[in-house]
Ligand binder design. Structure first.
Ligand SMILES: [Zn+2]
Length: 241
């Protein structure tokens, strides 16, 4: 069962689609003038349900692209099916492309031996790396006119990206951070992120953008004061100053 909700972000029209259950996860539909794009595509077998909740809101223009923040199966699971259903392209970063397309296994990119072993074992669960999205293109910008830009934040995966729009100071950061139980964290399942050191610098980079609003793949959206929350988190962990 999926739910859809328009987020109350000034200057933006963004809807969040959420799935509960064992793996609570969010994806987003972002409207830019009379067009829209999708960010992430949940776990597998949800393409029809995703299409149904989006079309249940006639005010949303039909999405023209699926942007994938990273290759994990709870973000790419229904991407290929949704792309076929609506004949729209899937986009990700160049560094993430071989892992989204299934060309390379994710464990080969792990920074440490233990992470590599853990990922190799977990691969069979289908959540670490989603089903292959063969029709995938890499990109630098969502749309030149829209003001949404791609921010590379490798660490959780090799080519993880966030989307940033300065106009509204809104950041859509996938699994760059987690906000389970309204508490920011990184990699709540230790061993899933391929490079923890890179992941920390990615969080510092996100903080340096000074976002007001932070939308994530898991956990609550932070609407207003997001920078203070991220800095608080980094300070708590002794990562700044
Ligand atoms: Zn992830």
């Amino acid at each position: 069962m999926l739910t859809i909700k328009k987020l109350l972000i000034p200057l933006e029209k963004i809807w969040r689609i959420s799935a509960g259950g064992l793996a609570p996860v969010h994806m987003y539909v972002v409207q830019v003038e009379n067009k829209s794009f999708i960010v992430d595509a949940m776990t597998r077998n949800r393409a029809r349900a995703i299409a149904a909740v989006i079309t249940s809101r006639p005010e949303i223009p039909r999405p023209s692209e699926i942007v994938l923040t990273h290759c994990h199966g709870d973000h790419t699971g229904s991407a290929a099916a949704l792309s076929q259903l609506w004949s729209i392209p899937c986009l990700c970063s160049e560094a993430e492309q071989p892992f989204v397309s299934g060309e390379k296994p994710l464990w080969t990119a792990a920074a440490g031996r233990w992470t590599a072993q853990f990922l190799r074992m977990s691969q069979t669960l289908g959540l670490v790396q989603g089903p292959p999205v063969t029709d995938i293109r890499h990109f630098e910008r969502v749309d030149y006119e829209s003001g949404w830009v791609v921010v590379p934040i490798p660490g959780h995966t090799p080519g993880h990206i966030a989307l940033w729009r300065e106009h509204s100071r809104t950041l859509i950061a996938g699994d760059g951070l987690f906000n389970f139980f309204d508490r920011l964290s990184r990699d709540p399942f230790p061993g899933v992120s391929i490079d923890p050191r890179a992941e920390w610098s990615a969080i510092e980079r996100l903080s340096a953008l000074e976002p007001d609003h932070l939308l994530l793949g898991h956990g609550r959206a932070i609407i207003g004061n997001a920078t203070a929350r991220i800095r608080e988190y980094l300070e708590r962990l002794g990562k700044t100053g």
